[in-house]
Design a binder for this molecule. Structure first.
Ligand code: SF4
Length: 208
């Protein structure tokens, strides 16, 4: 016999955002044997949870993702730029060259991080494969984490084309079908609900 229990601390946040049927779907799963087996794991760009890993030493905390959605999922944080060895603060980096296979270079000095990032991602994606992720939330407008519309520069420093951040692309290639979204597209109830439905569907297909 299952019980429908609102987690009291977030009830006031959830109700305006998620429909009751959807909400009950989150908390009732016939396959659920205990809280631990049902916990859904999402990868997320570290700066969105307030970690001070950005090039300027700051973060991009998203309160909704941390304090509301974070009550129902378990996050696995990843900052590919710090992960591959860049410091904080650091020079900004950008995509350069072929939008389908861009290089990752420092914006000013032009130092090329492509090979180092590639080697780190190979290792990191193997580790993430062991985490049983059901989705990933990326920071938008990042040459590493952005899912789309990231500026790609040519050899003369001009940009006219756009592409995908190198880490976001690697995640999507390694885990085809994994629901992925940028935080900028999770700013209204219907978008959040749609994303979480895809996450739950993926979770049920793969892990229950
Ligand atoms: S956008 Fe990605 S690479 Fe940039 S600080 Fe956030 S987690 Fe790190």
């Amino acid at each position: 016999m299952w019980q429908f229990n609102f987690p009291g601390t977030v009830e006031s946040f959830f109700l305006p955002v998620l429909s009751i049927p959807f909400y009950s779907y989150l908390y009732y799963n016939p396959a659920m044997k205990n809280e631990e087996t049902f916990k859904i794991k999402l990868g997320i760009s570290s700066c969105l949870l307030g970690q001070q890993v950005r090039y300027d030493g700051g973060h991009k905390l998203d309160l909704y993702l941390r304090d509301v959605l974070g009550q129902t999922v378990e996050y696995v944080t990843v900052c590919p730029e710090v992960g591959m060895g860049l410091g904080t603060p650091r020079e900004t980096i950008r995509l350069k060259g072929d939008p389908l296979k861009p290089k990752l270079v420092n914006s000013g000095t032009g130092i090329d991080h492509t090979d180092k990032m590639s080697a780190w991602m190979t290792m990191k994606l193997d580790l993430l494969a062991e985490q049983n992720l059901s989705g990933f939330i990326f920071k938008s407008q990042s040459p590493s984490c952005g899912k789309k519309d990231i500026k790609v520069y040519d050899n003369d420093g001009r940009f006219g084309l756009t592409g995908t951040g190198v880490f976001a692309r690697a995640v999507m290639v390694r885990f085809p079908g994994l629901p992925v979204e940028e935080e900028s597209r999770l700013q209204d109830s219907s978008s959040i609900e749609d994303f979480m439905k895809r996450v739950i569907s993926y979770h049920r297909r793969h892990y229950t």
